[in-house]
Design a protein around this ligand. Structure first.
Ligand SMILES: Cc1cc2nc3c(=O)[nH]c(=O)nc-3n(C[C@H](O)[C@H](O)[C@H](O)COP(=O)(O)O)c2cc1C
Length: 578
């Protein structure tokens, strides 16, 4: 190994230390001015950043005037209020507690701009990738941020601005874009972790999720074997924590209420404690429903009166906020995320839609496997990753949702395959079908089972045989949540079928599952019975989308809150029963 160019140990340590200890700072600023020489060093560090074609597209506008900062603060406040108004309730409460700018608390503010035209048309690199101009200015920000940390200066980046409004306020010509607005000043101390992590808004993703060997998807740290996300997640799933469950049961018995009087919710609270490994468990909020949408080749067999294009149309409805899932999510204070895991239509990119299409619908399972094993594995992995991402984004409870015309047929086949149930018992009328169609639907399920002879000991094979990309992804979603020990509230028959697949892959994953409701689909009761899950709500719903689970969400949250907030006989001085 050639160490000739390596810095001495203490200097390397100092570099890694400044990288690790750089923080986005929004509070605790001291009013002391920043001396000109210190500010000059920090700006010189920024000016040494790499830039595309050495174009140095940045300029730094240094603002100290209080009146100007007051006008800038008003611009940020307007956008903060607009953002807050669009948040689901639980997120909105958390956002209220966050400080997102320190424009008036800091003596110096710096605008970092970008001239996307500097150097003319032959700027090396930028001619093929115009965005590299902006990247270069961002690197100047990074240098500034690190140098400031070494100088003991806190820096907070504020992006709650309309870019042109801010540009006008600081007199930027039209060809310059605002890249960053930075608030700079001395601070009492630097927090050890990002404030957004400490506040529970988001979590750091482990490095092992971010490093891929050779190709995207082959995750693995240098020097280690690539990890198989499914095997990794299965290995991470462990049984519930008995000590936390015992503590929760004991606490329920000491709470100021007759023993057992919270009925099923007591067991829910005990399970939440066992999952979290702590008593009381964290509150399962904020919550996010992920609606996995896909189409089904078996639609061609005439198992539903609804045309296939309704799947894509309903996805548009979810994204526009017009479906029942949106109404129930708004009521429960949950966020809605829609995942295109296999819709048979091209969907336009819009906020709230995760484009993860495996294929435009599955194949008809009466003619062959609905999907390949590779596709099943990919869909499972997508589900795992979405669970991880939603948890990293700060969610403490996941909710399953689904959309896919003909997916009750695929669900019935999966449920029969995993439980051995009779198709006549597990197949339902879905969205409402007549007797002839119902008979055909049962026959389709029977033919599928006869054709594939599914082996429940090979869950990936069963998923591949009967599909539903949404079933596969939901199974991964459940496994991903279970590995992170975050509760998942299950919706109806589609989630039930997916949970059977998850249980077949990792039986302990069911410890993370709470059955939101019992759907009117008969297969759902079969699935819940097999899983040993008791539904919390039984209202004859058969809509899907995540609606039944969302109705149960406040029940799961109340169970956790009761365990946390209710006084005990001893603490409240209430006399216990003799
Ligand atoms: C592009 C960019 C924009 C940001 N905008 C804001 C912002 O508007 N308000 C805020 O409070 N923090 C903002 N931040 C700071 C991040 O929230 C912060 O960097 C992140 O939580 C990680 O914390 P750390 O910087 O302390 O490691 C921004 C950061 C970046 C990189």
């Amino acid at each position: 190994m050639d160490d000739a160019n390596r810095y001495p140990d203490d200097q390397r340590e100092a570099l890694y230390r400044v990288i690790a200890e750089r923080r986005d700072v929004r509070r605790g600023f001291r009013p002391d001015p920043v001396p000109a020489d210190v500010l000059g060093r920090v700006l010189a560090a920024a000016h040494q950043a790499p830039s595309v074609g050495f174009s140095q597209p940045w300029d730094f506008i240094v603002i100290t005037d209080r009146t100007r900062r007051e006008r800038v603060a008003a611009l940020a406040r307007k956008h903060r209020d607009e953002f807050a108004a669009g948040l689901p309730a639980a997120r909105s409460r958390a956002f209220d507690r966050l400080k997102i700018e320190a424009i008036l608390d800091t003596p110096v503010n710096i605008v970092v701009s970008c001239d996307r035209t500097r150097g003319g048309r032959h700027t090396l690199g930028r001619h093929v990738q115009p965005r590299t101009a902006d990247f270069s200015s961002v690197l100047a920000v990074a240098n500034l941020w690190l140098a400031a940390r070494a100088e003991g200066l806190g820096v907070g980046w504020v992006s709650f601005f309309d870019e042109r409004e801010l540009a006008a306020e600081v007199g930027l010509p039209a060809h310059l874009a605002v890249i960053a607005y930075l608030c700079v000043g001395y601070v009492a101390d630097f927090a050890p972790e990002p404030e957004l992590a400490t506040a529970g808004w988001a979590r750091r993703r482990p490095l092992s999720w971010a490093v891929h060997a050779e190709e995207f998807g082959r995750r693995g740290l240098p020097g280690e074997e690539p990890v198989d996300p499914l095997a990794d997640v299965i290995a991470a799933i462990a049984p519930p924590d008995e000590a936390a469950m015992t503590a929760a049961r004991e606490r329920q018995d000491r709470m100021t209420k007759p023993r057992g009087s919270l009925g099923v919710l007591e067991e829910v609270s005990v399970r939440l404690a066992g999952l979290a490994g702590s008593c009381p468990p964290p509150l399962p909020e904020p919550a996010c429903v992920a609606v996995f949408a896909a189409d089904h080749g078996v639609h061609a067999r005439g198992v539903t009166p609804w045309p296939q294009e309704v799947t894509a149309q309903m996805v548009a409805n979810f994204l526009a906020g017009g479906a029942v899932v949106n109404a129930f999510a708004a009521q429960a204070g949950a966020e809605v995320t829609v995942v295109d895991i296999g819709v048979a239509a091209q969907l336009e990119p819009v906020p709230g839609l995760l484009p993860r299409k495996i294929a435009p619908g599955t194949a008809d399972f009466t003619e062959g496997p609905a999907m390949t094993r590779d596709q099943a594995m990919t869909a499972l992995t997508v589900g795992i990753e979405i669970a991880r991402d939603l948890v990293a984004a700060g969610n403490r409870c996941l909710v399953t949702g689904d959309m896919g015309i003909a997916n009750t047929t695929a669900s019935a086949a999966l449920i029969c395959a995993f439980t051995g149930a009779d198709p006549a018992e597990a197949t339902g009328r879905g969205t409402g079908i007549d007797a002839a169609m119902y008979a055909r639907k049962i026959d389709v399920v029977c033919r599928g089972l006869a054709r594939h002879q599914p082996d429940p000991a090979d869950p990936v094979g069963v998923i591949a045989a009967f599909g539903g990309f949404e079933h596969a992804a939901l199974a991964g979603f459940i496994l991903g949540a279970a590995a992170l020990r975050v509760p998942v509230v299950l919706d109806g028959v589609i989630a039930g079928a997916a949970a059977l697949a998850a249980a077949a892959l990792a039986p302990d994953s069911i410890a993370a599952c709470f059955a939101g409701h019992r759907s009117a689909e008969p297969g759902h009761a079969v699935a819940l019975e097999h899983l040993g899950l008791r539904p919390l709500v039984d209202l004859g719903l058969r809509l899907g989308e995540g609606t039944g689970a969302l109705l149960a969400l406040p029940l799961v949250q109340s169970a956790a809150r009761a365990l946390r907030d209710v006084a005990t006989f001893d603490s409240a001085g209430v006399t216990d029963k003799l």
